[in-house]
Design a protein around this ligand. Sequence first.
Ligand code: HEM
Length: 495
Amino acid sequence: MDMTSMLVFCVVVLLCYYALRTPNNIPMGPLTVPLLGNIPQLIGRNPLLLFRKWRKQYGDVFSVYMGSQLLVVLNGYKTIKEALVTRGNVFSERPHNFLLDKINEGEGILFASGTSWKRQKKFTLNCLQELGFGCNSLEVCIVDEAKILIEQIEQNSGAPLNLKDILIRSVSNVICGIVFGRRFSHEDKQFLEVLSNFSEDAKYLGNASILMNCFPFLQYLPGDLLGNKTILEHTKVFQKLYDDLYESHQSTLDDNNPRDFMDLYLTEMKKNSTLPNKEENTYSKNQLKALVGDLFGAGTETTSTTLLWAVLYLLHYPDVQEKCFDEIQTVLGMERLPSLDDRSHLPYCEATILETLRIAAVVPLALPYAITREVYFRGYRIPKESSILINLDSILHDCDIFKDPGVFRPERFLDSSGQVRKPNEFIPFSCGRRVCIGKKVARMELFIFLTTMIQKFKFFPVDPCHLPDLEGNLGITYSPKYFQVKIVRRQDVKS
Ligand code: HEM
């Protein structure tokens, strides 16, 4: 065969492949490579930037192939709301995930589906309400933790500091308060190991689990390129901590005086164990372990990463930092620590937190959804077993909703009288049946931790000529690249 015939042959094969690959009415998307799909385009690139480009090219509903697995990406507020709210009965399941199925066996909330997910989510939400979402006890816990955070930072005042680790410990201790009714010292070895494992897992989980879902043979490769073996190893460390706390709660349980989430769960578990129909009982020790892991995993990385982004943006926008500080100083002075009652009196600080949640889009693709039967949506056919990605970044960076979306401008969340104004489209915690259960606790933590830090300290870049990068890394969360910050006590700042 000469070169021309060879070329014609290749073109015909490719055309046939593409024609077969987009069977009737499946959403359009970028060209794919046989067997690999769009993986080559995604490797080493920021998928969020690619998705912005593809949305312009193919519209609000487009498809991406990971190997032969179809992912339908939904973009824009109207499309996403229509799917998750109007058609929430169809768009509410999670896909099977090779790694997580091994860890949680489909239990918990984050990656669970069906009746068990519904019951556990409802129960957990009720517990969180009972344990003080929006009332004093949780607030006291956050304020106490903020005081310890301040002490920790003070020990390093003036020196370049990796704030991320300290923030993770503080935020995670709030979850520990809710779940186990206790906090851990910032020096506790077991606690530190569990936290560092969770952080590492969040990095791996995004890419590794997607690739492994598409190409299961990857799990048998020698070594641990995708981190799956490390993740499974990490679960043993968490299991040990969990078992210890489970035993101590069991042995001291008083059904009439629940101290924390674990007590509430154990009491419910006892009640359910007497149900005549065993099928109806979705409460078990393993289920509780999955739930605790979910609250830790979902509650720690997200909130601490948002705080880290806030500090990073304050380095880039020192005028915003000064406006927040001035507002705090005027309303509270330098001594009285911020409390939740101050929220309405500190609208600029509140707006700064909302702007951070918007611009950083910490969970930019929500968590993957799956559909269990063929669905017609917006004129497209989405085949059974397809995965759905909810591109929250496409809303939070939509220039029709937020003018100059790449600019950090808290004022966009203030009305003409200086009060906080939130457009309906502002949904960093997603919406519909799968909406984040921790949004209230997260907003409480973000407010107390950030305003307390700004009241006590001023943040400086380590090298004023080279500010840390504003482009982050995408795992399950979108987090800043490693950076250090110089934090100086306000009373030591030379004006
Ligand atoms: C700034 C902090 C946070 C952000 C930006 C955030 C955002 C999100 C998003 C976007 C989702 C995915 C919803 C979907 O799939 O459509 C989610 C789910 C979830 N979040 Fe959060 N979250 C935060 C903090 C928390 C906290 C503090 C907790 C626990 C106390 C928590 C617990 C959960 C759980 C359990 C789910 C799974 C809900 C389900 O699948 O039904 N999150 N979160």
